[in-house]
Design a protein around this ligand. Structure first.
Ligand code: 3EB
Length: 269
């Protein structure tokens, strides 16, 4: 279906849901999973790393309160993601703040799956899924782990795994045209799409989820909305005709990336 301004994302549960608010985090939980969301509050004088660290500490307060202590998947939507703030790119500042909060509060050997995208309007938002037990982290053999990126991308490497496997479900992080740690195919959207699909294929395969029954839910982040038809074809070719696809206009956290794609596989949905 063509993208439109009314598209949105809904998580549902087969079991009763309890809603709650912990500090600035609005959330809900059912039997084995919790969901939370908050606005990353910014003001004119607080550096983004400090605002980010504070927001992530609120997330961990929510996890402690609910007992769903282990984050398994984060989404970060950051206004002006590659914009400058006092001489340092905002995504770099974000990475520093997230890392600080994880160092202080995350009790996992590696961080869970994530996406981090930008737009030019509105506030920055973080939302997440959490559980009682940590997910299994899966890396992509074609890519260096993001948390081990060299410092050319910023003083603090991005804290995320390429995918989280939790119970029967797989959560694939935002995936782009990166091999090793480098962006491939500058300015060539077709080649970036092919490289991105190969990264997704290898990850889904490594996780043992490729070709398995169940629902694939895919979100695409496109620097130019005009990309959507070609991207949709490629996504259906890999994940099947029944994949649920949401196309979003977004800025990617590297200015040379033209698109990014994430996916969930919910075998029992
Ligand atoms: C990459 O592979 C592309 O900082 O949370 C993808 C997924 C990306 C998550 C994040 C960044 C993040 O490096 C960017």
């Amino acid at each position: 279906m063509a993208p439109d301004a009314g598209s949105f994302e809904v998580w549902t549960s087969d079991t009763p849901v309890t809603y709650l608010q912990v500090g600035p985090v609005s959330g809900a939980y059912s039997g084995d999973i919790s969901f939370g969301a908050l606005v990353l509050e910014e003001d004119a004088i607080t550096p983004l790393e400090d605002a980010t660290e504070r927001s992530y500490r609120y997330v961990f307060d929510f996890l402690d309160r609910t007992g769903f202590k282990e984050p398994i998947r984060f989404w970060n939507y950051l206004t002006a993601i590659t914009g400058d703030e006092q001489g340092v790119e905002r995504y770099r500042r974000f990475n520093t703040g997230r890392h600080r909060a994880f160092m202080a509060r995350l009790n996992q050997p590696v961080p869970p799956a994530a996406s981090c995208l930008g737009g030019e309007n509105g506030v920055s938002v973080i939302y997440f899924l959490a559980a009682r037990e940590a997910a299994r982290a899966i890396e992509n053999p074609r890519q260096i782990s993001a948390y081990e990126y060299p410092p050319i991308y910023g003083p603090t490497s991005p804290s995320f795994s390429r995918a989280s496997a939790h119970g029967p479900n797989l959560f694939i992080s935002g995936t782009a045209s990166i091999v090793g740690h480098e962006t491939r195919h500058h300015g060539d959207v077709q080649a970036q799409l092919a490289e991105t699909m190969e990264n997704l294929r290898v990850l889904a395969e490594a996780a043992g989820h490729l070709g398995q029954p169940g629902k694939w839910a895919v979100k695409t982040y496109l620097r130019d909305p005009a990309y959507w038809e070609g991207v949709e074809r490629a996504v259906r070719k890999l994940f099947g005709a029944s994949a649920e696809i949401l196309h979003l206009r977004a800025d990617i956290c590297r200015t040379d990336l033209l698109l990014e794609i994430e996916a969930c596989h919910l075998p029992e949905a």
